[in-house]
Write a protein that binds this ligand. Structure first.
Ligand code: FAQ
Length: 324
């Protein structure tokens, strides 16, 4: 009699659950529940799109950076964001989706990108505020993702976090220079912080009570901390840095709370986050339009790369036949 030793769905699920519980990384060839795969594709794609769209607000200031040194640093930072997008699209591809498909979903508005990149960059000080606050928030959210249960995502995050850390310091340094400059420069730095503070807190997502995916994602070891936990850590880290900069944070309710051992902060306007996520932020239309145009204008690069790859493959297979 033949024994059917095909692993059943339950056995596969039990093995997967054990791996997650034992902190053994899930790799592309391992069996995984469909919901886990879909959640990862959604989050990694959204993350990749954020990096690519996130190049636009800063790209806006490359030609107007105040010195050659500032320009070189900003160009390197924007290039880093492109690189992060590429690592992340590659990580998503290990889950069986195609990069073209993900870009179509971005361009058609079916996949999201971070709310923060729908705000305009009005002055040079915004480059400082983005580096300090936006990259600071990104690091707070992304360091735990280095331990994500899915191997390719966790590994991509290690290098990304190292680069984000440099980005955060360069933002801090821009603001430090401005806040120790002329009164007009200091006012410009303060204005940038005033505009970016609340949107940076919104980057962490809706409050835990309204977060649809957190519980599941935390059980799967994708997210390690909840949106509110990371937001609180960010506030605790940032308040002393603002003091060191000589700048204030635009929240009259911000105060040290002895009892909890954390900074208490004011109510976030969640209706603003909802509006921006729904597409009604200050720059949503402009950002997506520019992205679509850049994609269309880059078609010739993709076609050339594909033609070169075909030619290279044909040459190597012909060489292989000759050698054989
Ligand atoms: N913006 O249930 P949750 C960067 C959506 S990279 C837009 O809590 P989840 C680098 C969420 O997708 C910044 N949508 O969701 C840089 C979901 O909608 P869905 C990006 C948001 O996934 C710096 C719904 O709300 N970082 O900054 C936002 O468990 C400077 C319910 O929310 C990442 O993507 C939002 N802020 O937690 C580049 C990190 N928040 O999909 C250039 C990875 C929530 O059901 C310059 N991602 N939503 O339709 C994550 O950690 C998570 O996805 C969260 C959201 C924490 C963002």
């Amino acid at each position: 009699m033949q024994v059917d030793d095909t692993p059943t769905q339950e056995r596969l699920q039990a093995r997967f659950d054990r791996m997650v519980a034992d902190e053994v990384r899930i790799e592309p060839r391992d069996w995984m529940p469909e919901g886990y795969r879909r959640t990862l594709i959604r989050q990694i794609a959204q993350h990749a799109h954020s990096e690519i769209i996130g190049m636009q607000p800063e790209g806006n200031w490359i030609t107007r950076a105040p010195s050659l040194r500032r320009k070189a640093i900003l160009m390197a930072k924007v290039q880093d964001e492109a690189g992060h997008g590429l690592y992340l699209y590659s990580a998503a591809e290990t889950l069986g989706v195609d990069r073209e498909e993900l870009l179509d979903l971005l361009h058609s508005g079916k996949q999201k990108y971070s709310s923060i990149f729908n705000y305009p960059t009005l002055t040079w000080a915004d480059m400082g505020a983005i580096g300090w606050l936006v990259d600071g928030a990104a690091i707070m959210n992304q360091v735990p993702l280095c331990r994500c249960s899915y191997g390719p995502y966790g590994r991509a995050m290690v290098r990304i976090c190292k680069e984000e850390s440099f980005h955060q310091r360069q933002g801090f340094e821009i603001l430090h220079t401005l806040s120790h400059g002329t009164p007009a420069q200091k006012a410009m730095a303060q204005d940038a912080v005033d505009r970016f503070w609340w949107p940076s807190l919104m980057m962490f997502g809706p409050p835990d009570s309204a977060s649809t995916h957190s519980e599941r994602s935390m059980a799967w070891g994708i997210k390690r901390f909840s949106n509110d936990e990371l937001r609180q850590r960010f506030v605790d880290m940032t308040v002393p840095q603002a003091e060191a900069l000589g700048l204030t944070l635009p929240d009259p309710d911000l105060r040290w709370d002895e009892e909890s051992g954390h900074y208490a902060f004011g109510e976030i306007d969640w209706s603003e986050l909802d509006r921006v996520i729904r597409g009604d932020g200050p720059c949503n239309a402009q950002r997506i339009e520019r992205r679509r145009t850049a994609h269309e204008e880059g078609a010739w690069v993709r076609e050339s790369a594909a033609a070169y790859a075909r030619k290279h493959a044909a040459t190597s297979s012909a060489a292989g036949e000759t050698a054989a």
